[in-house]
Design a protein around this ligand. Structure first.
Ligand SMILES: Cc1cc2nc3c(=O)[nH]c(=O)nc-3n(C[C@H](O)[C@H](O)[C@H](O)COP(=O)(O)O)c2cc1C
Length: 189
């Protein structure tokens, strides 16, 4: 059920060592993105898959994970085993805020697809464009927009209800990650 899938598809920042997300699964996720809505149906998004060991190491170095927590995430040896870097192809249409909405739709659709297939991960916006471009050798017309770090999740994430607007996520002594979500009464106007 979609309800369960959306709840289960959390942001995971620790992955089972050696549990590789196959390239074929990453391709399947791009197939999902292929069918997503797109502003003016222009479809300027392109997807760079990362499965090579050196590139995986590089991606871990240039991405920033849960910087508001004091611990290092992902823990040593528990990084993603695959990434999808969503890029905007400026030969199709210039960058405009409207196309960032396409990026979000594609990202969440692929995250749900990963979850349904027994994988998971985290959407990562914190990475310098020039670092991604140089690491992956992206040509000038491809602007990296958003990263999905993926693998087999190895941590517990619990949704809680935000009280008094406190939405900062936190962890307990057992490393359970809690994510406060605003109550429905605050969302519906
Ligand atoms: C556009 C976007 C960018 C994000 N960038 C990062 C990031 O750079 N690093 C990170 O650790 N998490 C990142 N996240 C994950 C959020 O922190 C996460 O969605 C939020 O804490 C709520 O947790 P949940 O996804 O389990 O509901 C990003 C999420 C989105 C939607």
């Amino acid at each position: 059920m979609l309800n369960e899938l959306v709840k289960q598809s959390r942001s995971y920042r620790s992955f089972r060592a050696g549990a590789v997300i196959p390239r074929e699964v990453l391709i399947d996720l791009v197939k999902l993105a292929q069918s997503c809505p797109a502003a003016m149906n222009l479809q300027p998004l392109k997807y760079r898959l990362v499965t090579d060991e050196d590139e995986l190491d590089g991606m871990l170095k240039i991405t920033r994970w849960a910087t508001s927590l004091s611990q290092k995430l992902p823990p040593e040896g528990h990084g993603p085993t695959g990434y999808i870097v969503i890029c905007h192809d400026t030969t199709i249409t210039p960058l405009k805020p409207l196309f960032a909405i396409d990026v979000g739709i594609a990202a969440q659709t692929m995250m749900l697809g990963a979850c349904e297939r027994g994988f998971g991960g985290c959407i990562i916006g914190s990475a310098k464009e020039e670092d991604i471009t140089s690491l992956l050798g992206l040509p000038e017309h491809l602007t990296p927009m958003l990263i999905l770090g993926l693998g087999v999740p190895e941590e517990t994430v619990v949704l809680t209800e935000a009280k008094d607007g406190a939405v900062k996520y936190y962890r307990d002594e057992s490393n359970v990650h809690y994510v406060p979500k605003r109550p429905l009464e605050e969302l519906i106007l």
